[in-house]
Write a protein of this length. Structure first.
Length: 179
């Protein structure tokens, strides 16, 4: 069989040509001094959380209220057959209710006793920061945010706080959603 017509040889050639175009990409993902995560907004705060802390990003599922729960506990939602608590993160942190809309997104966060969904106001997607962009987090780490913002980065004209969803999930008040 002619090598130019052999499907396996064609695929092998395609793979080799494709890999030649991505040389160096793995080093960029793990470059020293580079931090990467999911960027989002809660209220006036631009935040980012580690990819290790965000299990998934989904549209807001239909919510079933839970009687006797804290005001920030919106209820439970069915995500592929699993009931997850859905928390209004803005209300938990700021005391102000999120205005829910049809394009609302939630971050699925792993916590010790099972995943939880937290609402966000706006999703920005992947964000990457270098050590040289690190700034003082004091301006962002005000009020309840102070417990969860580990550091901050300045990118263009915006300051991004690195928000620890793992620390949030371990917080006793967050874990006690009963009113």
């Amino acid at each position: 069989m002619n090598a130019s017509r052999d499907p396996f040889a064609m695929l092998l050639d395609y793979e080799q040509r494709s890999l030649a175009h991505v040389a160096g990409v793995p080093e960029q993902f793990d470059a020293p001094g580079l931090w990467r995560g999911v960027g989002y907004r809660i209220g006036g705060h631009r935040l980012a959380s580690s990819f290790n802390e965000v299990v998934e990003i989904l549209p807001l599922p239909p919510i079933t209220p839970v009687p006797g729960a804290q005001a920030w506990m919106l209820g439970v939602g069915n995500v592929r057959g699993n009931l997850l608590p859905i928390v209004d993160l803005k209300q938990f942190l700021e005391g102000e209710r999120t205005v829910l809309h049809e394009t609302q997104r939630v971050l699925i966060v792993r916590q010790p006793d099972g995943d939880v969904a937290v609402t966000i106001d706006e999703l920005f997607g992947q964000r990457s920061f270098h050590d040289e962009q690190q700034v003082d987090a004091a301006d962002l780490a005000q009020g309840r945010y102070a417990h969860f913002i580990e550091r901050a980065y300045r990118l263009a004209d915006q300051t991004w706080g690195v928000f620890s969803l793992a620390r949030l999930a371990r917080t006793p008040e967050f874990r006690q959603a009963a009113a």
